[in-house]
Design a protein around this ligand. Structure first.
Ligand SMILES: *[C@@H]1O[C@H](CO)[C@@H](O)[C@H](O)[C@H]1NC(C)=O
Ligand SMILES: *[C@@H]1O[C@H](CO)[C@@H](O)[C@H](O)[C@H]1NC(C)=O
Length: 257
């Protein structure tokens, strides 16, 4: 089975599970109100809430508003892929416009969760971000090593390799998850990388912005140039040594500061 059809099957399974889990019926594509902005939340429509999240006007939120479960579930199963395509396409147009030195020092920083790998199968069973994260259950999901690639990011990854830009994975996953993360990446199609940086215990009390900035600084201080950086969280893209250009993938399911 090709990656595309695997993804389609996964979405289908996620949709079925979601509907069994009591997701409102509006998430189904063919229903007349499927494209609507959904329920109101605190005087906002869910679409406006999501836009606020994506633009980082809404920060430090804990969970998806309960009223928006159906809206976010529907978004993740359909429009999400279209939005991700736009991000990846812009990134490819950008790299193709560059005049690179070709000395092997150009690198691209990839976040992992909801950027390179997708935890949608997990979130589809846990209310698409309405439920507070259960670290034990989420940890068990990570340890299955079965997260599929986000196909748009995988395509970008392949284009970058062709152009001689080396991938660096920089993740908030703990150093303890190194083995399962590297086998999951390989099985999902990310077969090679220059570095796989996981969060060591020294950073246990630091925010993602501080941790990721500090690791990117080390990367550049060792002679690499970060030409691009892609992530689903603003904390992947803010701070220092962020790279010449940053690309924000959508994620209305959770927020990491
Ligand atoms: C990870 O894999 C390496 C080599 O494959 C092995 O030596 C090490 O014990 C593994 N670590 C864990 C935490 O499983
Ligand atoms: C990246 O930014 C630096 C600093 O502004 C600049 O010197 C360099 O040419 C840029 N690299 C690319 C590939 O655009």
């Amino acid at each position: 089975m090709g990656k595309e059809s695997m993804w389609a099957l996964l979405i289908f399974v996620a949709a079925i599970r979601g509907s069994l889990a009591g997701i409102p019926r509006e998430i189904h594509l063919l229903r007349p109100h499927s494209g609507s902005a959904g329920e109101r939340v605190h005087g906002l429509y869910c679409l406006s809430w999501r836009l606020g999240v994506e633009t980082h006007n809404i920060k430090n939120w804990n969970t998806v508003p309960r009223e928006c479960e159906g809206y976010v579930g529907h978004y993740m199963l359909y429009q999400y892929r279209e939005d991700s395509k736009v991000v990846a396409r812009e990134a490819v147009l950008y790299v193709k416009s560059l005049k690179l030195a070709g000395d092997g020092k150009d690198v691209w920083v990839f976040d992992i969760d909801e950027t390179s790998l997708s935890n949608l199968p997990y979130y589809a069973e846990h209310g698409f971000g309405v439920e507070p994260l259960n670290p034990t259950q989420f940890g068990q999901w990570i340890l299955t090593g079965k997260a599929p690639a986000l196909p748009e990011t995988l395509e970008l990854y392949r284009e970058l390799l062709k152009l001689g830009i080396k991938p660096i994975f920089l993740t908030g996953r703990s150093e303890d998850a190194r083995n399962i993360t590297s086998s999951n990446l390989r099985n999902a199609g990310f077969r090679t990388w220059e570095m796989l940086i996981l969060k060591g215990s020294a950073y246990s009390e630091t925010t993602a912005v501080v941790y990721k900035s500090s690791e990117r600084r080390k990367v550049e201080e060792s002679g690499y140039r970060i030409v691009g950086n892609i992530g689903d969280q603003w904390s992947d893209l803010l701070g220092i040594h962020v790279g010449n250009r940053t690309f924000k993938l959508p994620n209305p399911m959770y927020y990491i500061s």
